[in-house]
Design a protein around this ligand. Structure first.
Ligand SMILES: Nc1ncnc2c1ncn2[C@@H]1O[C@H](COP(=O)(O)OP(=O)(O)O)[C@@H](O)[C@H]1O
Ligand SMILES: O=C(O)[C@@H](O)C(=O)COP(=O)(O)O
Length: 426
């Protein structure tokens, strides 16, 4: 497809790091060469790429800061790379609060892209996130009845996405529902183009076929917003008939590999994954927000404890039941509790890398953002997919698997570590 000096097909801005990896690997599936940059980038792109994903940590920061960083990234993608279209990646469970940041960032990116309207398509059917009549389902439950209602930072209590997004922006929010998607691409496009200027249109999708219809309808649009699955559908359209590209990912020498699993996610699936790893014999150290007030000392203590054991399967986790998390938040405050643990994991990763660990499996979006920043990794090459939406990635001499809270099966940690060890084909 495109080469150095050419325009890139998709310039994407992700609101968290696991989401960035998710999007990158979903784009890669169609044969695109994907580059992932950490933080607001500067300068030129060194590698050849069809799509570039900028990983930001803007999901839970003040809306004006999220807007400023996202716009800066958008300008880089447009002005330096000539991105043909912008893509705003947020969570397939629409993680946000009434203050934002999906609404404010989408509004600002519409302006940057010169878009009259934009779709909002969070559905990720392969991971059980579907939108029907504007309502988001996780598996067979409405969003508000799923474990997302208990999320430590963005508890989701309303499954009606038109209502959710309407609270985050003053311009209109529309809906293209499944009955429209089931007609044909032209009808979907006409419905989208008929929406009043400034509208963000929530889009139903219960299958990848629905997302393909939507992608065809908005292929020429300057901005698309949603989850990684609509990104993958766009990439399928763009890459139809093109030859798959090889990417820059290489595996570690198995003899040199030292892995550490870090879990700061409170999500239901991560809780199952932590339990399974402990049951499978991982050396597991639990940390809490109270003792994370002294992050350097705690990190040293944890690593000393791990160094004293001969078990190569090692896990450090803050993951706990929602009641326990709420109890700690009641004392420290939601933000302080989360920030303390994120700082701890960032320092722990730094210290671990200095002691020779070179492969990190990290559970949790905010946690992954903190860890990657702590490690100072600035760009990642995307490798093989461990589970839908979770790749191994390589950068700064390290290998990273950044897992969204609810992604992967119960044995994810062992699957990830053994996959890298055994050198499955990329
Ligand atoms: N035991 C705990 N007590 C308080 N906060 C916690 C605890 N465990 C994790 N957290 C915080 O909850 C947040 C989880 O967010 P994140 O890492 O994005 O996970 P997920 O991907 O599951 O949403 C982080 O800020 C983390 O520091
Ligand atoms: O779209 C998704 O579901 C993921 O890519 C994602 O963003 C999940 O967020 P975290 O669970 O906070 O990592």
């Amino acid at each position: 497809m495109t080469g150095q000096g050419d325009q890139i097909e998709i310039g994407a801005i992700a609101d968290d790091f696991t989401g960035a990896c998710d999007l990158a690997v979903m784009l890669r599936r169609s044969g695109m060469r994907v580059a992932l940059r950490v933080g607001v980038p500067e300068g030129a792109l060194r590698e050849r790429a069809d799509a570039v994903v900028v990983a930001l940590k803007t999901r839970n920061i003040a809306p004006d800061l999220a807007v400023a960083e996202s716009c800066e990234a958008a300008r880089w993608l447009r002005d330096h790379l000539g991105a043909k279209r912008l893509f705003f990646k947020y969570c397939s469970t629409f993680d946000s609060t009434d203050a934002g940041n999906i609404g404010p960032v989408s509004d600002a990116l519409m302006q940057e892209a010169g878009a009259k309207r934009a779709i909002a398509a969070p559905a990720f059917p392969e991971n059980g996130r579907r939108v029907f009549m504007g309502h988001l389902f996780v598996g067979d439950r409405l969003l508000s009845e799923s474990s997302m209602a208990q999320h430590p930072l963005t508890p989701m209590h309303d499954p009606d996405l038109v209502r959710v997004l309407s609270r985050q922006r003053s311009a209109p929010v529309g809906l293209i529902d499944k009955t429209c998607i089931d007609l044909d691409v032209d009808t979907v496009r006409a419905s989208y183009q008929g929406a009043e200027a400034g509208t963000i249109v929530i889009c139903d999708a219960v299958s990848d076929g629905d997302l393909d219809t939507l992608a065809q309808a908005v292929l020429a649009e300057p901005l698309v917003t949603g989850g990684s699955a609509i990104g993958a559908a766009l990439a399928r359209q763009i890459m139809a008939g093109c030859r798959a590209q090889r990417d820059a990912f290489t595996r570690p020498d198995p003899a040199q590999m030292r892995a550490l699993v870090l879990s700061g996610s409170g999500s239901e699936m991560t809780r199952a994954q932590v339990s399974q790893a402990i049951a499978a014999g991982y050396e597991a150290v639990k940390v809490g927000a109270a003792e994370a007030g002294q992050p350097e000392a705690l990190a040293t203590q944890v690593l000393d404890q791990l160094a004293a054991c001969s078990n190569p399967r090692q896990l450090v986790y803050a993951t706990d039941r929602p009641e326990q998390v709420k109890a700690v938040q009641a004392v420290l405050g939601r933000e302080e509790a989360g920030a303390r643990l994120e700082t701890f994991f960032a320092i722990l990763a730094q210290q671990a890398a200095a002691r020779g660990y070179n492969a990190f499996v990290v559970a949790g979006g905010e946690t992954s953002g903190a860890v990657v920043r702590g490690l100072g990794v600035q760009e990642l090459a995307i490798g093989p997919e461990i589970a839908p939406g979770v790749p191994w990635a390589q950068g700064g001499g390290l290998w990273l698997a950044l897992k969204s809270g609810n992604f992967g099966q119960a044995d994810f940690f062992e699957t990830a570590v053994s996959m890298l060890e055994q050198g499955e084909p990329a």
